[in-house]
Write a protein that binds this ligand. Structure first.
Ligand code: ATP
Length: 364
């Protein structure tokens, strides 16, 4: 197969709090994986955005940074926002959410996969086989009119918006993903729509669009669940699910629950994907409580870089990037299975740098 020779343009946002601490070692891991796989050159450029940048300049997400993100092949972002730095209306600085709107990143991909030997919070031995992906619609739902809520002395109102066009796209994304996973895992595909269709008309609309799109994928088993029940099942029997697809706010909450199943937010990677762009970042925030101490877990960030390679491999039809993705995931799995070099969130005492070095060691 002929592969593109042009460098892969990667736009990096190192962000706030622990962001720079986990981004630097991740870029080192990425470069080593590239060198080992004789992968395409990576042209990595860093751009400003975030709470620190807002405090210094009054601007959270400069237009030049948005333009760089749009022009790049992919965006790698660590974490943005700090509780002490807020806009005049009291809300936090969240350029990572604004980027989803500006780049049309409707599919938030949140894999919840337990690697062999990894400790989880659940005592049940079946927890070792947890391997599902939560797809969070990321541009509308309860976030559609973010920053436009109406607040008076007596009440406050926010608006939830579901559109047919975006719902169709996100359901098709989830159904296609389930089909790909079925081939990779040799198991039947299943997609579960998570909503609150028993109470809200908007979610009944959402559910009906899901059923319409599911009819076009007869090879895939589909069902639906209410979000409150799903929150319970994700704790009681998470190993039964394959792909879940849900609204923005429900997805926001369930993805943290998914990360908790893994034992730590520091292990949960993610991708936000649109038709023309994609951003890869850990599920966690800037963790200001541990920033500057060198103890943040870098594995979610490193796994997000692996997801980026996987997405780029498909997009650029370049198997070398696919090998980089596989190598990064295998190296992380090996560090977790061995359980010797872990950060405090996973019960260890290793530093961020030591964990990243252990990953590089496995790659080497
Ligand atoms: P956001 O709303 O921006 O996602 P959050 O309020 O969910 O942020 P986080 O910054 O994700 O908060 O932190 C939640 C908790 O998880 C904190 O105690 C933090 O120290 C811990 N945490 C988050 N990321 C990591 C990490 N990579 N390594 C270790 N601990 C982490």
């Amino acid at each position: 197969m002929s592969v593109p020779v042009s460098p892969v343009e990667i736009c990096v946002f190192a962000g706030d709090g622990i962001g720079p601490e986990i981004m630097t070692p991740t870029l080192e891991v990425l470069e080593l994986a590239r060198a080992n796989a004789a992968g395409p050159p990576l042209n990595i450029t860093e751009h400003p955005a975030g709470a620190g940048h807002y405090a210094a300049t009054g601007e959270a997400l400069p237009e030049a940074s948005v333009a760089a993100a749009k022009a790049a092949d992919a965006v790698l972002l660590s974490a943005m926002g700090l509780p002490g730095i807020r806009k005049p209306d009291g809300t936090e600085i969240t350029p990572q959410i604004e980027l989803r709107f500006r780049l049309g990143l409707y599919a938030g991909v949140r894999p919840v996969k337990v690697f062999p030997g990894q400790k989880t919070l659940l005592a049940d031995p079946r927890a070792e086989s947890i391997d599902f992906v939560l797809i969070r619609e990321s541009t509308e739902g309860l976030f559609a009119h973010m920053n436009e809520g109406v607040v008076s002395d007596r009440d406050a109102t926010e608006t939830l918006r579901i559109t047919r066009a975006t719902s169709e796209k996100v359901f098709d994304f989830a159904l296609h993903l389930a089909r790909t996973r079925a081939k990779q895992r040799g198991r039947p595909a299943r997609v579960t729509c998570v909503d609150k269709a028993n109470v809200f008309r908007a979610f009944w609309f959402f559910r009906q669009i899901f059923e319409e799109r599911a009819a076009a994928f007869p090879d895939i088993a589909t069902d639906a669940a209410y979000v409150d029940a799903m929150a319970m099942w994700m704790v009681q029997r998470p190993w039964e699910f394959d792909v879940m697809v849900t609204e923005n706010m429900f997805g926001d909450i369930l993805s943290d629950l998914g990360a908790a199943l893994l034992g730590s937010l520091g292990l949960a990677p993610s991708a936000d994907i649109g038709d023309a762009a994609a951003v890869f970042q850990p599920c966690h925030g800037s963790a200001p409580d541990i920033a500057g101490q060198g103890i943040a877990n870098p594995l979610a960030m490193i796994l997000s870089a692996g997801m980026m390679c996987d997405w780029l491999a498909e997009r650029r039809q370049d198997p070398r990037l696919g090998r980089m993705a596989k190598a990064i995931e295998t190296a992380v799995a090996s560090v977790l299975a061995e359980g010797r070099v872990l950060t405090a969130d996973l019960g260890g005492s290793a530093s961020t740098g030591a964990v990243a070095a252990a990953v590089r060691d496995r790659l080497g």
